[in-house]
Design a protein around this ligand. Structure first.
Ligand SMILES: NC(=O)c1ccc[n+]([C@@H]2O[C@H](COP(=O)([O-])OP(=O)(O)OC[C@H]3O[C@@H](n4cnc5c(N)ncnc54)[C@H](OP(=O)(O)O)[C@@H]3O)[C@@H](O)[C@H]2O)c1
Length: 247
């Protein structure tokens, strides 16, 4: 028996990285998974693998920057499965624009994709979860949502907002819906590679107890914990999954 048997889980940004690892783990645990992203070839690959391994999934192509993102993902989920039990707001981007020169448009791109899309999709699924008296929302923030990293001003701001959003939503949606977040440290994914890879993060890694980069599968395992009653007395919390930064 799987920990997510008969559950429907939307995982945004699950065409790669930690979202994809979470999609695989949730499907293995019995969930019907809704995979989202912009890249159709990769979305199809994820769904095909889940099905080849005996699981169930669909994919939805939707851009989190688009104002119809939440409606598109919600409609496709309801059409395919008629309900939703778990939402992981994971889709994200990281702008390299710097404080001195960033434009309002560049700043808002990080905010819209990393935060606003999460709020709007949560707003869509919350009534379904409330009506069932049960639901789990997991927001992917970052350790830079807790303490700033030099540079990445829009990204750092957006991840601080994800921490605030998690607490605000936990207050609004209790007791039926548990809302928690994860603050990953440096995790080996395409996003990490896009900012220069492991060298850029070595100073942060040097500050961790475990002295290594994390894996997407380690975020997936934490998400599974937060998606089930194993975490029944945890609400409005951000779990730092970072190898022990500055402990
Ligand atoms: N890697 C790290 O060290 C680290 C640390 C802390 C937090 N995080 C957070 O973890 C989350 C996942 O990132 P990752 O590291 O796994 O990176 P990743 O492999 O690059 O995955 C990012 C995912 O987000 C999707 N995405 C990006 N922009 C999108 C958009 N405009 N609309 C819809 N989907 C979009 C991508 O799908 P498509 O390309 O198909 O659109 C992809 O599936 C992000 O929120 C990130 O900020 C990462």
């Amino acid at each position: 028996m799987g920990k997510l048997d008969n559950k429907v889980a939307i995982i945004t940004g699950s065409t790669s990285g930690m979202g994809r690892d979470t999609a695989y783990l949730f499907a293995k645990e019995g969930a019907k998974v809704v995979v989202t992203g912009r890249n159709e070839a990769r979305a199809k690959e994820v769904v095909d693998k889940i099905k080849a391994d005996g699981g169930e999934a669909i994919y939805v192509i939707a851009d989190a920057a688009d104002k119809n993102f939440a409606q598109t993902v919600y409609d496709a989920t309801m059409e395919a499965y008629g309900t939703v039990d778990v939402l992981m707001n994971n889709a994200g981007m990281l702008s390299l624009a710097q404080f001195a020169t960033i434009t309002a448009e560049e700043f808002m791109e990080d905010i819209n994709i990393n935060v606003t899309s999460a709020l709007m999709l949560s707003q869509k699924v919350a009534p379904v979860m409330k009506a069932k008296g049960d639901g789990h929302i997991i927001n992917i923030a970052s350790i830079v949502g807790w303490a700033a990293h030099w540079g990445f001003v829009a990204y750092v701001t957006s991840k601080h907002a994800m921490v605030g959003l998690t607490k605000a939503m936990a207050n609004e949606l209790a007791p039926d819906i548990h809302v928690n977040g994860i603050c990953p440290g440096a995790i080996r994914t395409a996003m990490l590679a896009s900012v220069g890879g492991e060298d850029v993060f070595q100073p942060m890694v040097d500050r961790t107890c475990l002295h290594r980069i994390g894996e997407g599968s380690e975020i997936a395992k934490t998400a599974l914990f937060l998606a089930t009653s194993d975490s029944s007395f945890i609400d409005g919390q951000l779990l730092h999954v970072d190898g022990g930064v500055d402990v």
